[in-house]
Design a protein around this ligand. Structure first.
Ligand SMILES: CC(C)[C@H](C(=O)O)[C@@H](O)C(=O)O
Ligand code: SF4
Length: 475
């Protein structure tokens, strides 16, 4: 039976995209066939999908709803030279051939619109409220910040979407994450989402679409909202969403693919309907007091192993849950950390600012504000990598690039960079990095590399002091 109560944002978007509803009830319920409004493509997860189309002699159903960019394998220096690594070069060249053959718009290295797929979509105004957005990439959840239902998919699903512009999907459960109160000064959306994941765990969102709501969320910029939705996947969720509002419309208005004139007014009227109904019932609810949060950093090897910056490395012995204790022991061994060490005393070799989590203009502004008139500590290497070439151009226009280089940081070209070890920007074994990215898994930033997930503000202050720090710790 259909639910009689009101609907959540996620259910509304889903319902508007059902092509064929699955039959059956409960566990025997068949998946629904869902229409996809926007398909984003990058070089890593698309080659076999295109091969599949070729084998079946199928065209891409809607090339106009499909857009590709090169991000994971691209170097962030010397981008006018051929890619040195043969595997990366093949990936990128394959994407170029596939896009040419199937008539898909591609933003290649060096192009003004090139960048990380999840930065490019919103920046072009392609990502809009109420849409279904997919990409063969787990951090597609980023686009949910616009009130879109945005999901990462596997390569066989990429092929299905390319061929049909639809996807067979099982209905989901809904979870409200309500953040009341306002975030204190110096506390960012990155601190908030790290605290949420530490609270619900890396599996806490499994099977759910999360909707972030409440006073603290409403006050956040689109960039900050994207950071939160981006990391929903790190809590195991299928997607994360935030209802569109004036802040969303303000961000979108005038972007290349945003509706214009009368179409814009009609679009906003429709987007206004996307809010969760007052009487809608979520399958689960989590409440967070935003005003109690502080800068938050990870000490372990999954994004849920985090603590306030003012705390110490936890003692696994004190953990009641055995699984948690064993995981913490293993993580601390890998991370080379002693229980009881104040997190503020943990020294780093490298600081990475970038990724689809925190590589947007607002993130770079926050970093520049901290670095202005200061120097990166001796012995620390700092990389500042814009999420897209547009972000880079804007940062240059605002004079941020000069601030980074004057402070002693390396100011790079756009790409995934040190977020993951698929390109030349990597940690050496044993190196420790404060990183604004989203995953601190073993080897994520290079074999044997150690990652502490942090906000852009904490990354910048850490670069200056050389140990995990917040801007308030400087001077
Ligand atoms: C390479 C890609 C499939 C992967 C993902 O799905 O997320 C990457 O973007 C990541 O962040 O680990
Ligand atoms: S920046 Fe990192 S998380 Fe984002 S798409 Fe690239 S590799 Fe994945």
């Amino acid at each position: 039976m259909e639910k009689m109560a009101g609907k959540t944002l996620a259910e509304k978007v889903w319902d508007q995209h059902v092509v064929v509803r699955g039959t059956g009830e409960g566990a025997a319920r068949q998946p629904d066939l869902i229409y996809i409004d926007l398909h984003l493509v990058h070089e890593v997860t698309s080659p076999q999908a295109f091969d599949g189309l070729r084998l079946a002699d199928r065209p891409v159903r809607r090339p106009d709803l499909t857009i590709a960019t090169e991000d994971h394998n691209v170097p962030t220096v010397d981008i006018d030279k051929p890619i040195a690594d043969p595997v990366s070069r093949t990936q990128v060249e394959t994407l170029r051939r596939n896009c040419e053959e199937f008539g898909i718009r591609l933003h290649p290295m060096g192009d003004v619109e090139q960048g990380i797929v999840h930065v490019v979509g919103p920046q072009l105004g392609l990502t809009q409220p109420g849409m279904t957005v997919v990409c063969g990439d787990s951090h597609t959840s980023t686009h949910g910040a616009f009130g879109a239902l945005a999901m990462g998919i596997g390569t066989s699903e990429v092929e299905h979407v390319l061929a049909t512009q639809t996807l067979s999907l099982r209905p989901f459960k809904t979870m409200a994450i309500t953040v009341d109160g306002a975030l204190p000064p110096g506390v960012t959306s990155k601190d908030l989402i790290l605290a949420v994941i530490a609270r619900i765990g890396t599996g806490g969102g499994q099977g759910y679409v999360l909707e972030y709501r409440g006073e603290a969320i409403r006050k956040l910029s689109m960039e900050a909202r994207m950071t939160i939705c981006n990391m929903s996947i790190e809590a195991g969720a299928r997607a994360g969403m935030i209802a569109p509002d004036e802040i969303t419309y303000e961000f979108l208005k005038g972007r290349p693919h945003a509706p214009q004139g009368a179409d814009w007014d009609a679009a906003v009227a429709a987007w206004e309907q996307l809010k969760t109904d007052e009487d809608a019932v979520f399958d689960a609810e989590v409440h967070i007091d935003g005003s109690s949060l502080t800068p938050f950093v990870t000490w372990g090897t999954n994004p849920g192993q985090g603590a306030p910056l003012g705390a110490s490395v936890p003692d696994p012995e004190a953990m009641a849950d055995e699984g948690e204790r064993l995981a913490a022991e293993k993580a601390l061994r890998y991370m080379g950390l002693e229980p009881g060490t104040p997190l503020r005393e943990v020294p780093v070799d490298t600081v990475f600012v970038g990724s689809c989590t925190n590589g947007r203009i607002e993130d770079l502004r926050a970093v520049a504000e901290v670095l202005q008139g200061r120097k990166v500590a001796d012995g620390v290497r700092m990389l500042v990598v814009p999420g897209s070439m547009r972000v880079r151009a804007q940062a240059e226009a605002e004079g941020l690039g000069e601030v980074f280089t004057a402070a002693g940081a390396e100011w790079r070209q756009a790409g995934c960079s040190m977020c993951l070890g698929m390109n030349p920007d990597q940690l050496a074994p044993g190196e420790r990095c404060a990183s604004t990215s989203n995953r601190n898994f073993e080897g994520r930033q290079g074999k044997g590399g150690r990652t502490h997930l942090v906000s852009p503000e904490v990354a910048a202050a850490t670069a200056v002091r050389g140990t995990l720090s917040a801007p308030a710790d400087l001077d």
